[in-house]
Design a protein around this ligand. Structure first.
Ligand SMILES: O=P(O)(O)OC[C@H]1O[C@H](O[C@H]2O[C@H](CO)[C@@H](O)[C@H](O)[C@H]2O)[C@H](O)[C@@H](O)[C@@H]1O
Length: 259
């Protein structure tokens, strides 16, 4: 294990307040937070130092780990390889695994029709630009443009996708980084964190995330909770780190405070 860098003093003070609680919840976004953003979405993996820090935190009494991600639950499990016992929310909160009895996501017949229309519409749009591709998901789909070389062409794809999705009954749009997603089940990371809070009953929560959808998560933090925005962009989080590679220092600082 390499020596961790000191975290910002204000963040360190906030971590001390979190660590003082008997039970704490550490909820993490995956892409752009635990893992670097990469062109091939299936190649995303935790930054090694983050994986090590997460593994060590999983051993600490009174610490519950959770992932709160836009990824489908099955993909999240495969890519993140979370330690045993980690609670999981996928599909921006529409899918959950809080234990063996957690119900799977079931779509109504109407939602199934809407999901098929979303996928068909996005496939149609993606076929117009080299590098654009569609990621089908249990509750909808995402159109990706990170591999479209020309930024103007990429933005045009996203605009066309928004326009196509506006015509699909029951399609809700979520914005992301080089991606537009559409879901047939409306849920937010804020709702996921609220559900985690009532399940775990922690004295305080640390939530880290990098994207627009993570703002719903920061918005439900309270009291001694700590929100950490990863990277640039406006945010409701009170703390910020530069990149996913900096997250390990934060997690390690928290672990040391619990030792
Ligand atoms: O909530 P998250 O865990 O951050 O998931 C959000 C979306 O992440 C993935 O897309 C993003 O990461 C890709 C891999 O680095 C990148 O290529 C893409 O441009 C990003 O938008 C994922 O593919 C989506 O399903 C998630 O909703």
């Amino acid at each position: 294990m390499s020596t961790p860098n000191a975290v910002d003093p204000q963040l360190q003070a906030a971590l001390e307040r979190v660590a003082a609680h008997e039970q704490i919840l550490i909820a993490l976004d995956f892409d752009g937070c635990v893992a670097e953003l990469v062109p091939d979405a299936d190649a995303a993996r935790p930054v090694p130092a983050n994986a090590e820090a997460i593994g060590r935190l999983a051993e600490v009494p009174g610490v519950t780990l959770a992932y709160v991600s836009g990824r489908p639950l099955a993909t999240l499990r495969r890519l993140a390889s979370p330690p045993e016992g980690t609670l999981l929310f996928g599909s921006h909160g529409a899918e959950r695994c809080l234990g063996p009895d957690s119900p799977g996501l079931e779509l109504s017949a109407q939602e199934e029709i809407a999901r098929t229309s979303i996928i068909d519409s996005l496939e149609q749009v993606a076929s117009t630009a080299e590098g654009a591709w569609v990621e089908p998901k249990p509750a909808g789909a995402a159109i990706h443009v990170r591999r479209v070389e020309d930024p103007e062409a990429a933005e045009k794809v996203l605009e066309e996708a928004r326009a196509a999705l506006a015509l699909v009954d029951g399609a809700h749009v979520k914005e992301g980084k080089a991606v537009v997603e559409s879901v047939v089940v409306l849920s937010t990371k804020g709702e996921a964190i609220t559900e985690l809070r009532s399940h775990v009953k922690p004295g305080a929560v640390l939530f880290a995330g990098d994207d627009v959808t993570d703002e719903h998560g920061f918005a439900v933090l309270e009291n001694d909770d700590v929100g950490v925005k990863v990277g640039e962009g406006s945010t409701a989080a009170e703390h910020r780190i530069g990149a996913p590679a900096d997250l390990a220092d934060v997690l390690e600082a928290l672990r040391q405070l619990r030792s």
